[in-house]
Design a protein around this ligand. Sequence first.
Ligand code: OSB
Ligand code: MG
Length: 352
Amino acid sequence: LTISDIELLVVKKPLKTPFKTALQSVKVRESILVRVTDADGIEGYGECVAFSTPWYTEETVAGCHFVLSQVLVPLIMNKTLESPQQADELFTAVKGNRMAKAGIETAIWDLFAKRQGLPLWKFVGGINKPIPAGIVVAADEENMAAQVEAAVANGYRRVKLKINPGSDKDLLKEIVERFPGILFFADANGGFSRETFEELLALDFVGFALIEQPFGEEEWLLHARAKKEMKTPICLDESIRNIDDVQRLIDLEAGDVVVLKMGRLGGWNETMKVVELCRTHDIAMWVGGMIDFGVSKAHNLALASLPDILLPGDFSDSGHFWQEDVVEPEIRVVSGEISLSIEKGIGYHVNF
Ligand code: OSB
Ligand code: MG
């Protein structure tokens, strides 16, 4: 197919409630939607998931807009592609900027799926199964129990709690024990350090199914030490920027579980390689969220349909963060699950 048009649209919406992590409180979400059109007028959609400020990774909305419009779009514009993998190859001359790359790259995968008349989940080798939902509670401790209770009442069976070295361990244990059928993850967003290592060890008894990114993204040895000393599985998010980082996790025994995020990895091509490497080394996987709008979530649902992705990801209802999402129909959680769309490509109409 030949790429004949690429458009960027910045969307900006307030969150229903502020999202508090060890690093940042997000109140308004800005995101760049990407529409790629081929010479036959078929459209593919992607979403660049960088935040307004560089708190989660170095990339930002403004920086990505520059890199997309001035660097990446010219590399792809009017090119004829034989396969979606070729998009990533055309980007090899550009260092880093993986969220910007993923914005276009994922749109091209959607376009290829649509050209073949297939839902994206089928195009990538997934299976049509209900995708288990998962919600993140990123609130102050005094509101945590109530928010977990509301999530459970809404059908969620996997709940991720944001934690930090000062977290009240007794409260966390109380919450986990109050909901025996619920799978609890914890995410520290790198909030722990060498100095607070003991605080992390003390969380081993809470009953979390895993602890995500306790230390900073470069702290491979601290993660390896935590894996060795704790019974709770260690899961890496920010540390995993490409397939080499997954190989490092394996070589250094620095974790048990990998969070897949196409933005952080640069798109579908690198993510598929990561999935294959994790599969062959028995590293568990799940699909992470970025407070994304429906375009990114739709790509993530297709990713979660792959047979080896067994843990529930960050998949909440469109109505959890947004008054109104950018896709139609909106993404709905019913009885703790999301059904895959059987329409072509990402399977949702985008209000672009
Ligand atoms: O660390 O997993 C994270 C949201 C934004 C940035 C980083 C993270 C998150 C989440 C997922 O925790 C939220 C979601 O989209 O469901
Ligand atoms: Mg995380």
